[in-house]
Write a protein that binds this ligand. Sequence first.
Ligand code: UDP
Length: 311
Amino acid sequence: MPRTLVTGGAGFLGSHLCEYFLNKGHEVICMDNLITGSKDNISGLKSENFHFVEHNVSEFINLEGELDFILHFASPASPIDYLELPIQTLKVGALGTHNALGLAKAKKATFLLASTSEVYGDPLVHPQPEEYWGNVNPIGPRGVYDEAKRFAEAITMAYHRTHAVNTKIVRIFNTYGPRMRVNDGRAIPNFLKQALTGKDLTIYGEGSQTRSFCFVSDLIEGIYRLLNSDQNEPINIGNPNEMSIKEMAEKILQATGSKSKIAHVPLPEDDPKIRQPDITRARKYLNWEPAVSLDEGLQSTLKYFKEQLRT
Ligand code: UDP
């Protein structure tokens, strides 16, 4: 039975990965310090092959026994979280990734880094292919996340080249779905919560900035394919269906049937103006593309938010 460690396993994406790999017949160790993750996300995983370890991976990771795979997903990921936890975000991207790579080397495990479209910053190339080096402000408020992930990519490639660790890098674009926290702070959870509780939907700026939203099950499938591929270079995984944030707010008003209004509030500093993944590589090397429509994905997420808010 393959043995797999998921760092950040109690988070939104981490918990979906734990569930997916358990269902694939792996023994799964979920490691999390619960600063943004929650045990509620893994409470349904009752198998004897599932283990939870509370640990901050920015500290040395001690783990007995063999390991086949390490999926390194520990990090604050919502802009409001990494603005509140700037040092922890830098540490987990740098020290946490170093520790997880050291463990992969010691155990001869395949290592997969959760990277991000934020490595492209406020992009000057559109859509963003993996060859694009990005446009990041290192000292701006988002720099703590963007630069931590850029460092994480650099040290991952260094362990691959220097120590021959089998490494993979997924650049994750905006993803949504059940188990995002009601107070996550990102656009879809904010709009859903606001629509369901009769509050104004807070659009930052004019709402003309664009994002391309991928449903979580599509993302997880792409990650699984990448892990089992021979690709060591970064691969974008995301849904190229790009829309403005204003359009997304309207979509959520429609999906919820809410009578909430739209309120414009100031745009955060360095907020990327456009974002769309170029998924040519994922199509070519992983034979992957998203399958879940925005309507289906939003319905499933809405159901989860209603349960959470008990409306
Ligand atoms: N956004 C918004 N209202 C909100 C939350 C986010 O208008 O209540 C905007 C935000 O400024 C950004 C986009 O939605 O342009 C996506 O933000 P999110 O925090 O989801 O993730 P990002 O892609 O910026 O990391």
